[in-house]
Design a protein around this ligand. Structure first.
Ligand code: FAD
Length: 466
């Protein structure tokens, strides 16, 4: 009987445990994607990027004589319908550790088993499952370095080969039309511009990995923080977020190259380790995107949405580095890691705005949106997170600019109306944003010194319980 393979954030043929196991059975395989309103509440850019991923992967499957069947509704109901329509005896999927997905999947698995079906979930979205990496006393890690040391010492399972063939069922069940879901609809600010920066699909991800390992990895340790060298990092967070490449494939590809063991390659793998760490933490602390991870922070005098936060979102703070980075985010759906830290620091420290406000804006704008890395990143910078930067470490945008954008090319790209990227930016933003030449304030809304002093004062007050 057919096996349903339920795709979620794993739009790939390669190293796909659920798909490989279904194909090995030799019977028909029915690939499905279900848009489940209970868990798929996505911001504008991630929703648009999901649409791209589905469209692309559907075409890849069609090229193999298969299909991607689309349904919208409660996952369990949809799966039961598809089982009834196809006579499937098994449902396979790859685990995704977002807490609401974990809870839903647990219910789905129990219910399908009660129906007498084989319901199997597979690993592979991280290097090792979150519960496999444990301290000596058997607890989850709270600090990255020992976590990575432990994970780096473990065997990382070899990636599974892509299936040679995906036998089709005698008749295909009906599929909904992707266009009817309108996933890209909220990208009203010019999806075509973001599209110029996105890399969609498994083949593009593998090409980028090869290109990176043949080139930039050699200078990765030295250049990864350089805002003016965008190719210095891999850019793989986007395909990783949608499962178009597997972290284990990346790990073993690095290990199989000449670069293996070099400073650049080890640094790169350790960054991949931060992704695992984020999921490790999110698994043990499901409220990572909503609540302070560290004790004491609930009393911090955060400010909520306000004019400052809005100026930050629009790239109108008057602080060049911050404004350039926020515009990079809006135009490309991406932002350099150094810039993410910088703008997060500026919002939560110079503006004292709650990290959740920034987290939600990133969730709306990022095409590599990943709930664990985003939650951890925001709390890490704000000071409330695991293994956080000490609160007194307030990023100084001017010094960061000197170090990481010394000639100003990154800033010019997004702030100079004559530069190519900036024109694209001005075309992409809604008119209501009031952006244009001269719209940025000449002086920042708050000086670097005053913002820093105010933040440190608030922190001292929190610590002393005033
Ligand atoms: P590379 O330097 O090539 O690194 C390789 C891979 O390692 C990345 O693709 C990524 O998977 C992982 N990685 C690198 N740095 C980190 C990190 N700090 N945390 C977790 N994983 C990391 N990353 C996301 O994928 N999605 C997010 O929504 C996200 N939100 C963030 C929010 C904030 C406030 C901060 C400070 C960081 C956030 N990050 C997020 C982490 C990081 O900025 C991006 O993963 C990185 O910029 C991706 O670029 P790259 O693929 O070229 O990275």
């Amino acid at each position: 009987s057919p096996t349903l393979v339920w795709f979620r954030r794993d739009f790939r043929l390669d190293d796909n445990g659920a798909l490989a196991a279904a194909a090995e059975k030799g019977g028909p395989v029915v690939p499905v994607f279900i848009l489940d309103p209970d868990v798929d509440q996505l911001g504008a850019a991630p929703a648009w990027r999901l649409e791209q991923a589905i469209e692309h992967f559907g075409a890849v499957l069609e090229g193999m004589g298969s299909r991607l069947i689309l349904r919208r509704g409660k996952a369990l109901d949809m799966l039961r319908d598809l089982v009834a329509e196809t006579g499937a005896g098994a449902v396979h999927w790859n685990r995704y550790y977002q807490p609401q997905v974990v809870a839903r999947d647990r219910e789905v698995k129990a219910a399908l088993k009660e129906d007498g079906l084989e319901a199997c979930s597979f690993d592979g979205m991280v290097l090792r499952d979150p519960w496999e990496v444990r301290t000596q006393s058997g607890d989850p890690y709270r600090v990255y370095s020992p976590f990575w040391k432990s994970l780096r010492g473990m065997d990382i399972p070899a990636p599974r080969d892509p299936p040679g063939a995906l036998p089709a069922p005698d008749t295909w069940p009906e599929s909904e039309r992707l266009a009817d879901w309108g996933l890209g609809g909220a990208m009203n600010r010019g999806a075509e511009i973001v599209a110029g920066h996105a890399r969609i699909g498994e083949a593009a991800a593998r090409d980028r990995l090869d290109e990176f390992l043949d080139g930039s990895v050699a200078r990765y340790a030295a250049d990864r923080n350089r805002l003016d060298r965008p190719d210095a990092t891999s850019g793989l967070s986007e395909p990783l977020a949608w499962g178009e490449i597997s972290p284990r494939r990346i790990f073993h590809t690095v290990q199989g190259r000449d670069a293996a063991g070099t400073k650049g390659a080890e640094k790169f793998l350790s960054e991949l380790g931060w992704r695992d760490f984020a999921w490790h933490i999110h698994h043990s602390f499901p409220a990572l995107a909503e609540e302070n991870w560290s004790d004491g922070w609930d009393n911090f005098p955060w400010r909520e949405e306000n004019d400052d936060a809005e100026a930050w979102q629009r790239g109108l703070t008057g602080e060049e580095m911050v404004d350039a980075a926020m515009r990079e985010l809006y135009v490309t759906g991406r932002m350099h890691n150094r810039a993410r830290m910088l703008v997060a620091s500026y919002l939560t420290k110079h503006y004292l705005v709650h990290w959740r406000v920034g987290l939600r804006w990133f969730e709306h704008c990022l095409i590599d949106w990943d709930p664990a890395s985003n939650g951890m990143g925001w709390q890490w910078v704000a000071g409330s997170g695991p293994d956080a930067a000490p609160y007194f470490r307030v990023f100084n945008p001017a010094l960061q600019a000197e170090k990481f954008d010394p000639k100003g090319s990154y800033r010019r790209l997004y702030l100079d109306p004559e530069a190519d990227g900036a024109n694209a930016f001005l075309r992409a933003v809604p008119r209501s944003w009031g952006l244009g030449e001269g719209a940025r304030p000449d002086t920042p809304r708050i000086s670097l010194k005053d913002g820093r002093d105010r933040a440190l004062g608030a922190y001292e007050a929190m610590k002393s319980g005033r």
